[in-house]
Design a protein around this ligand. Structure first.
Ligand code: FMN
Ligand code: SF4
Ligand code: SF4
Length: 275
């Protein structure tokens, strides 16, 4: 019996939503029941501190991450690099905020291949931009219904390809866009870009949502600039809308994205050719 494992980094949950829709289609086409599906959410620093058991040819693994500056977020790629696989098919997904995904899918393919996975399909989906807000919308509410339908179809097609392929080692190498050497990553550290208003009730939800353990209750739930990865999970998770972007470079970037990236981009999918 085949097992499906989803391994994803997803601070604002758009990547997770896409992976779950893909899994639905994949499980359906491969007749795999819910009991054989495991999700490993590596957004949590505690989970990133663990080591997963090696995968083998009974596993199908979905690897998913958002695009940060045209690359994978370092926290995601550092975790993915620790995975070990042997003859395990992998389905690779990046989710980006309607600007570009540049080298992120290629980087994910290279990382997966180095771990021993055999990439069988890959896709770039669109998610609401982390920097977006009601005042400065960018790709709002994506993935939408149409994106999720395409995610399910992509999962189904990936499943049919796997079912048809007798010997995975003979499948052609998956080709995805991107260039090597990859573009330079966005690096660590961030300007102090979040303000906490008097609406804060000290509930701690933002601190729990933070993938970088960068929020300090002692400091009034402010973000520690040096550790913050700018993911905006805390802003989106706050039930009181007490966290807001300050004026500054990140808010300026959000305004620029709002002006220049308003035309919705299509989902892109890629498949390895069967032998
Ligand atoms: C630091 C940072 C850098 C980003 N860089 C890009 C980018 O290069 N291109 C793009 O289209 N979106 C970019 N985004 C937007 C995210 O890729 C997008 O919102 C994605 O849906 C977030 O995934 P998540 O919901 O799983 O966290 C960036 C977001 C952050 C926080
Ligand atoms: S989630 Fe919002 S209300 Fe709760 S502690 Fe954080 S800033 Fe305050
Ligand atoms: S403090 Fe920074 S890293 Fe933590 S959730 Fe907020 S934006 Fe993300």
């Amino acid at each position: 019996m085949k097992k499906i494992t989803l391994v994803y980094f997803s601070p604002t949950k758009t990547t997770e939503t896409v992976l779950r829709a893909i899994t639905q289609g994949l499980a359906q086409s491969m007749e795999i029941s819910g009991a054989e599906i495991t999700a490993v959410n590596v957004t949590s620093p505690k989970i990133r501190g663990t080591i997963l058991a090696p995968f083998d040819d009974n596993d199908i693994v979905l690897l998913g991450a958002p695009v940060y500056g045209g690359r994978l977020p370092a926290d995601a790629s550092d975790f993915f690099k620790k995975l070990a696989a042997s003859n395990t098919p992998a389905i690779l997904i990046v989710v980006y905020g309607n600007r570009e995904y540049e080298d992120a899918l290629l980087e994910l393919k290279d990382v997966a291949s180095a771990c021993g996975f055999i990439p069988v399909s890959g896709a770039a989906f669109i998610g609401e931009h982390s920097f977006a807000s009601a005042q400065i919308p960018i790709a709002m509410n994506r993935p939408d219904e149409n994106d999720l339908k395409q995610a399910e179809d992509f999962g189904k097609k990936s499943g049919y390809l796997l079912k048809k392929t007798k010997d995975l080692k003979k499948i052609s190498a998956l080709e995805v866009p991107g260039k090597f050497p990859y573009k330079e990553g966005i690096g660590q550290g961030a300007p102090d870009f979040i303000k906490v208003t008097e609406l804060c009730t000290s509930c701690g939800i933002c601190a729990d949502a933070c993938p970088a353990e960068a929020i300090d209750a002692e400091k009034g739930f402010a973000a520690i600039a040096a550790e913050c990865i700018r993911c905006c999970a805390c802003i989106k998770a706050c039930p009181e809308q007490a966290r807001q972007m300050k004026d500054g470079p990140i808010k300026d970037t959000a305004r620029w994205l709002n002006e220049t990236c308003s035309t919705p981009k299509p989902v892109q999918t890629f498949f390895a050719a069967e032998p």
